[in-house]
Design a protein around this ligand. Structure first.
Ligand SMILES: [Zn+2]
Ligand SMILES: [Zn+2]
Length: 210
């Protein structure tokens, strides 16, 4: 695996580009899962539960396969920060495809890591991805750390399972950015918080659809 072409830095080499599973063709218009239905069964279920979907839609660039799993392991868990740059071009192109209808004043909001994780990992992969985008990034959300959680009463903890706190409310459209969308639970928590404090419209943009 030769991840970079030296003459064209920061992009994937041809074999790796081809070995990654770029999402093309039909997908769910809400969660980006490969689907022949316009809206997949999961999202239809969610739509029936909630009167209003808190995230307008999630768009992802890749689906998860073996090479992606290896790359993410190296990038996130073994601290190979620069490997993230291999996603720059795809992430920017995907943004142009899916979000060009948005006004330029939309804000990219990376999903935060806990302080402990940030310390051990050295960087937040969601923040790195947000930094690739041609719009402003604002770290509006923090993760409630373990200490604060434990000061709460048991009932408080059960009532407030949202792991995030909002530092600054925002009245512009926000695009939550993360590396992977799996169930969407994390992103919904973050979106709920933004929405409750006046954010008019929330989207999600993720590198990988798990
Ligand atoms: Zn390669
Ligand atoms: Zn869906």
């Amino acid at each position: 695996m030769n991840l970079f072409i030296l003459t064209k830095p920061k992009s994937l080499c041809q074999p790796c580009e081809e070995a990654l599973d770029k999402l093309r063709g039909r997908r769910c218009q809400i969660c980006s899962r490969k689907s022949d239905d316009r809206i997949c069964a999961d999202c239809t279920w969610w739509k029936e539960q909630a009167s209003e979907e808190i995230i307008a839609f999630n768009y992802s660039v890749f689906s998860y396969n073996q090479l992606m799993q290896d790359m993410v392991a190296r990038w996130k868990y073994r601290g190979d920060y620069h490997l993230g740059n291999a996603f720059k071009e795809s992430f920017r192109n995907g943004f142009a495809d899916a979000f060009s209808f948005l006004a330029k004043d939309a804000i990219a909001v990376p999903i935060p890591l806990s302080k402990e994780r940030l310390m051990s990992r050295g960087f937040n992969q969601a923040q790195m991805l947000a930094g690739f985008l041609p719009i402003e990034t604002k770290e509006l959300i923090t993760r409630v750390d373990g200490e604060k959680q434990s000061k709460k009463t048991r009932r408080d903890r059960i009532a407030t399972k949202n792991p995030f706190e909002l530092t600054i409310p925002v009245n512009k459209p926000a695009i939550l950015v993360d590396d992977i969308y799996t169930t969407g639970t994390t992103l919904r928590h973050a979106a709920n918080l933004l929405k409750a404090h006046g954010c008019p419209k929330i989207y999600a943009y993720t590198l990988i659809r798990g």
